[in-house]
Design a protein around this ligand. Structure first.
Ligand code: HEC
Ligand code: HEC
Length: 488
């Protein structure tokens, strides 16, 4: 931290010299307090520091971008990864619950994307931005898990990665080199996301067999492809190899390339980081006050956010019960199957029921709606939920939701989640503290969250490096050319 203090001083002196100003800029009391908190928390300001992450201009991420945008990887050729993870939509889909196959207009993304039966995916699509910064778990319930959990490794630490294809605690030998690549093997096997409800039926029982067959068939689709299909040169270029399609166009290589594309989505150049680098004015006063609230404990007058949203990536990568309203089709939980037990679906522990992974807060400004099921439309609303889950649930307007979102037992399911929150709180589990912040303090917290945005994620020209342009081949003619009814 001394280094930062020194850099701040140098910056201030430099500024004074440059402007010829006699009185050097004096740090405010806010800055001094914030520096203490930063020091105590051991932050560096740079969540990507020391990580081995690809550049988008590298050949493998370029192939990954082509694959991420092709609908040929879905059973009905009508959904792509990008259907739910578009760079212009903060790396997500900007709707509460995702819509994959059978969308009314497959290429319409974001608000306005509809499905005849309403969204069938049980959860909100997290951003793919900064996917290479996770070290422990992917998915809201952590079902892709690094067994080593080595900081900075993104799962690539030699201890193996557990996936839904393997029993609890066992590594999946097919997982690939890191968490992001391991995750990329699953959306295509999910009926409502990409596989479709007819594809690969009659090929035996059990997830493992089904997934293996799906993978093979998908590789065939790509190899045989639509009439214009010509993936081989793209794979040969990416992997610098002359090998044939059977060797190169494997699902393992597909997942690897997609994963490398996602891992190249590093968006960490935030005002918060600039502040660490010596630019005291990178944060406004409100954001600085918000930062104090964020890092301070309730005893110090703070909101304790950093107890869970910890470290430079703003997450402890653990699971907590917040009782965010439970909406949508749910995930095979509870009496009617429309509840979502979160982490407990993996661990089968009662105390993990309704626990979800702490999200990162980097770029959270552009990833609305919020919560594991997108129940809250605004940052202010999800922040207020944290400050008093009971009051927030009581005020939640289930009847104002988009009518296509299923809410059959949503009120009861949410009450169960709230009961679990109370139970764990009384047992002494770390959880959110009920706090009476005034409106100004809530606004300060939101201002701080907005200072965690890399300007690139709000700039289409900057993001275009991650969107295939005319110069990049569309090898099967199935590239999703997104249209938007509302562009954030
Ligand atoms: C129908 C929409 C949809 C499609 C298509 C889709 N995803 Fe997702 N994605 C989601 C949802 C919803 C989740 C969260 C699921 C959960 O946690 O249970 C998710 C989770 C993820 C995550 C985990 C992020 C994190 O922070 O844990 C990554 C990475 C990801 N998807 C990448 C992909 C890739 C790669 C593809 C294509 C192979 C893809 N997705 C296709 C909706 C989709
Ligand atoms: C006990 C741990 C914990 C504390 C303390 C905590 N959070 Fe969270 N936060 C979570 C979890 C878990 C979620 C996800 C809940 C879900 O998915 O249903 C979340 C979600 C969020 C989200 C939504 C992110 C997204 O991508 O959906 C924001 C914003 C947020 N928290 C900000 C804050 C702020 C600000 C504070 C302090 C007032 C705070 N959190 C305190 C655990 C915590």
């Amino acid at each position: 931290m001394r280094r930062i203090a020194l850099r701040l001083t140098l910056f201030v002196v430099g500024l004074a010299l440059l402007t010829g100003c006699a009185t050097p800029v004096v740090e405010s009391g806010l800055d001094a307090r914030l520096r203490d908190l930063i020091e105590t928390a051991g932050l560096t300001g740079d969540p990507a520091r020391g990580r081995d992450l690809p550049e988008i201009s590298d050949p493998v991420p370029q192939l990954g971008m082509q694959l991420f945008f092709t609908m040929a990887l879905s059973g009905k050729q009508d959904a792509a990864c990008v259907s739910c993870h578009h760079p212009y939509l903060g790396g997500g889909d900007a709707i509460p619950l995702s819509i994959g196959v059978d969308a009314d207009q497959p290429e319409l993304l974001g608000p306005g994307r509809t499905h005849p039966e309403g969204p069938l995916v049980p959860r909100n699509a997290p951003t793919t931005f900064n996917a290479g910064l996770w070290d422990r778990f992917l998915f809201h319930d952590g079902r892709v898990e690094s067994l080593g959990k080595t900081p900075g490794a993104n799962g690539a630490d030699g201890y193996g990665i557990r996936t839904p294809d393997r029993p609890w605690g066992y590594p999946d030998v097919l997982a690939g080199p890191n968490l992001v690549v391991a995750q990329a093997r699953f959306p295509v096997t999910s009926e409502e996301e990409m596989r479709g409800f007819d594809f690969g039926n009659g090929h035996g029982n059990g997830n493992e067999v089904r997934n293996a067959l799906t993978r093979e068939l998908l590789a065939e689709i790509i190899a045989a492809g639509a009439p214009s299909a010509n993936w081989l040169p793209e794979f040969q270029r990416a992997f610098a190899s002359e090998a044939d399609a059977a060797t190169l166009i494997t699902f393992e290589n597909i997942a690897y390339a997609i994963g490398e594309y996602e891992r190249s989505q590093v968006f960490v150049e935030t005002p918060w980081k600039a502040y660490f680098e010596g630019d005291v004015d990178a944060l406004g006063e409100a954001a600085k006050r918000g930062a104090l609230l964020f890092f301070q404990t309730p005893a110090e007058g703070g909101a304790n956010c950093a107890s869970c949203h910890s470290g430079d990536f703003f997450t402890d990568e653990q699971f907590h019960v917040l009782a965010v309203p439970q909406i949508g089709v749910g995930k095979d939980s509870g009496l009617y199957g429309d509840d979502d037990w979160g982490r407990a679906l993996e661990t089968h522990r009662d105390d993990d029921r309704y626990a979800f992974r702490t999200p990162t807060l980097l770029n959270v400004e552009v990833t609305a709606p919020y919560g594991h099921d997108g129940a809250y439309a605004t940052l202010e609303a999800i922040v207020r939920h944290h400050l008093n889950p009971e009051a927030a649930v009581a005020a939640y307007a289930f009847d104002q939701l988009d009518p296509s979102i299923r809410v059959t037992n949503a009120v009861e399911n949410t009450q169960r989640a709230l009961g679990q929150w109370r139970r764990l709180r009384d047992l002494g589990y770390p959880t959110v503290t009920v706090l009476a912040l005034d409106d100004g303090q809530v606004a300060d917290l939101v201002a701080f969250l907005e200072a965690l945005t890399d300007p690139c994620v709000k700039d289409r020209a900057c993001l275009d490096a991650w969107v295939p342009g005319d110069g990049l081949a569309d090898p099967d003619g199935r590239r999703l050319n997104a249209t938007f009814s509302v562009l954030p």
